[in-house]
Design a protein around this ligand. Sequence first.
Ligand code: NAD
Ligand code: IPM
Ligand code: MN
Length: 351
Amino acid sequence: MAYNIAVIPGDGIGTEVVSAVRPLLDEAADREGVSLSYTGFDWGSQRYLEEGSMMPADGVDTLRGYDAILLGAVGHPEIPDHVTLRGLMLPIRKRLDQRVCERPSVLYEGVESPLRGYEGGDIDFVIFRENTEGEYADVGGREHQGFDHELAVQSAVFTREGTETVVRAAFEAASEREENLTNVTKSNAQAYGMVLWDEVVADIAEEYPDVTVERLLVDAAAMDLVRRPEEFDVLVTSNLFGDVLTDLGAIIAGTMGLAPSANLNVDGTAPSMFEPVHGSAPDIAGEGIANPLATVLSGAMLFEHLGEAAPAARLRETVQEQLADPNAPRTLDLGGNAGTEAVVTDLEARL
Ligand code: NAD
Ligand code: IPM
Ligand code: MN
């Protein structure tokens, strides 16, 4: 099979990891008789500085013609984040209806968790994050700027349909995994959206009688992800809570540099987008030391979404093998001193 992939390297380390990983994805595809054809889009902060916009006005529509999108990261230290992210990544997620964000958290053999006593194999859960509404809804405004009575309103939006979509995706995953789903909300304080959310979970739970459902408030969930991460299988939560908990999920599994993600359009009306959970990391950008493995694993999720299980498995196994080898090159975040390219070259040799 041949697929057309839109590639948006973006900013900072996003460009570094994407350019390093692209040939590896090609090679993994090739070995399994799959062919990828890339179209690169140089959208991002540099374009904003030169032309005043992060992407062309018809950028999102251009992406509709592709089978999937690979994104590096977006964000520039000299441009406000709400300008860059709302000019590129967030509109793609929203307008391509990528309602479901899937973010696995796996502590691999050979990787050290900052949690005492945990080792490879102990942590393996996946967070399903609602991805286009909730606390990220573009509903609100500012008034009376410059006065003492200046105000800002930022509303959260929860639709039954949007909630059902992500909750159903989480139940499906749970029924294929360990049949254990944790619903994370804050319905003790937020009595409208979060209570609707809990009701949706209760309704859909009836369709999955074999899945055990646990309810956790988000503050307790943050604590328990540190205290007893081994007990989690599938978690489902809102957009903002999912954002916060997936950084936590990344670090307890060793590093941000290993955390992949999928922004899924579940009904196939538009392409899905695959990207590492991490950002453009201005603190290490330009040094060639970013960990490329989160992007490799995002590539594996891309193949899986395309229905190509073989290259996905090959990439995952290669990453696992490298991490388990104490003599393999590692980036700084994994306690090594190797650069991005050296890690990818080693993966290529193991593929
Ligand atoms: P970040 O994820 O970029 O970095 C957090 C920390 O993790 C930094 O110390 C960084 O060096 C480290 N890190 C991240 N990825 C790494 C990798 N692959 N290898 C080694 N170390 C890695 O988060 P931040 O600093 O809060 O945000 C920086 C910028 O990125 C901001 O502009 C933010 O808005 C943006 N951002 C974008 C995305 C995205 O495009 N998907 C995601 C998160 C943040
Ligand atoms: C992520 C990022 C984004 C988010 C930001 C950059 C808007 O943190 O993908 O986790 O909050 O979704
Ligand atoms: Mn985030």
